[in-house]
Write a protein that binds this ligand. Structure first.
Ligand SMILES: [Zn+2]
Length: 394
């Protein structure tokens, strides 16, 4: 049994329930607390709520300026202007990708994020530099936060020759998923981009996560095609649409059809609860059986000055943007940060049940809704049975 990965977490309220203890043995939650090894460290939760590790299902660790001096936002208001500003900024910062990503990932871990899915730019000008930096970081920081990589064609796929080959090479190196972006409005070739991504997925066995900012019918047509390809290849549960702004901008009849198609094909969605763009109807999606996760998207980068990596805050933003007021609705937003993210990332051992990984966050709050709305400071953050705060490794 690995020393230091046994932890007896006492006097906690799992997901706001009755007070109890949870024993973590060798990094995994034990069936009972009846057989506690003598050397086990004890952590007294003193009535705190215990949450499973929080999941950031959509981030851009390679783009962040976290840890660098503040820089005023310089990009224009359109998506294309932000992409151009991003490219310009990255030219000066590519060498420090690992350092910047490490600063942000460590900060997220300290706030209780146990898993991050990060999209990582892949394109001919930068090659696989960012992928290599993030793969190294993923290994080095795995005892604090688990990082999963998406090979992301930020600057286009069909219109940016050489990108597809680099994406496939990124999967061979260790990235888990293939990304995509606005196949109609970026590449102006919906079928071309989506065919290329799904063909690569079939060859490599990688999952898929596609940025879809396209709104209204343009986005709906792309989503239809993503669902059809997912179903045709039997990729249920392994395809995610990020943002899905179109789900908040089509009429009722079209929306109902899209939700049915997503549920039928097994396509999930991640929202970051943007301040100035449509948010998908998350309650309706969850009720239809669609996996809904939550991400931060970029944090303090060329796209946005906002973000602090706190997934409790992001749950609050999703609830707030969705107009949620009742406890059960606010809990739904929190659940998207936990079970929803776990479903999208295929984490079968995530949670507080016996056999799950010993990842846990303790917060002082009365209820789950209180924890989301107040976003209290973290009382303890546990990863694989190690209390990261006590270990002073954050
Ligand atoms: Zn993104």
């Amino acid at each position: 049994m690995t020393k230091g990965r046994n932890l007896w977490v006492r006097n906690i309220r799992p997901l706001g329930g009755e007070i109890t203890d949870i024993l973590i043995l060798d990094g995994e939650i034990a069936e009972t607390c009846t057989d506690v090894p003598e050397t086990t460290e004890v952590l007294n939760g003193a009535g705190a709520i215990a949450l499973p590790g929080l999941i950031n299902a959509h981030c851009h660790l390679d783009k962040t300026r976290w840890g660098l001096p503040w820089e005023p936002h310089a990009a224009g208001p359109t998506r294309d202007e932000r992409i151009a500003a991003d490219r310009e900024m990255r030219r000066g910062l590519m060498a420090s990708t690992k350092e910047r990503a490490a600063a942000l990932a460590g900060h997220c871990a300290a706030l209780g994020t146990s898993h991050i899915r990060t999209h990582v730019d892949v394109e001919p000008e930068f090659g696989l530099l960012a992928i290599e930096a993030l793969l190294e970081l993923s290994d080095e920081i795995a005892d604090r936060v688990s990082i999963e990589l998406v090979a992301f064609p930020q600057f286009g796929l069909v219109t940016n020759p050489g990108t597809a080959a680099l994406m496939e090479a990124a999967i061979k190196l260790g990235a888990s998923l293939l990304g995509g972006i606005d196949p109609s409005s970026i590449d102006h070739d919906r079928a071309g981009q989506l065919d290329a991504i799904f063909d690569m997925a079939e060859r490599t066995g990688a999952g898929i996560d596609i940025h879809l900012h396209e709104t209204a019918e343009e986005g709906a047509a792309s989503l239809d095609m993503i669902c059809a390809h997912t179903k045709a290849l039997g990729m249920a549960g392994r395809v995610t649409v990020s943002h899905g702004f179109c789900l908040g901008t089509v009429d009722e009849k079209r929306l109902a059809g899209l939700i049915n198609a997503m549920a039928d094909a097994g396509v999930g969605v991640v929202s970051y609860a943007p301040g100035d763009s449509p948010v998908p109807p998350v309650k309706r999606l969850v009720e239809a059986g669609v996996a809904v996760g939550v991400g931060t998207d970029g944090i303090r980068d060329a796209w946005t000055p906002y973000g602090n990596g706190d997934m409790l805050e992001r749950a609050m933003m999703l609830a707030y943007r969705s107009g949620f007021r009742r406890d059960e609705d606010i809990e739904l937003a929190l659940n998207a940060v936990i079970a929803g993210g776990a479903a999208l990332m295929g984490l079968e051992n995530h949670g507080l049940a016996p056999g799950c990984a010993g990842d846990m966050v303790l917060v002082n709050a009365e209820t789950l809704a209180d924890a989301v709305t107040a976003r209290p400071s973290r009382k303890a953050v546990i990863k694989g049975g190690v209390n990261l705060m006590a270990a002073s490794c954050l």
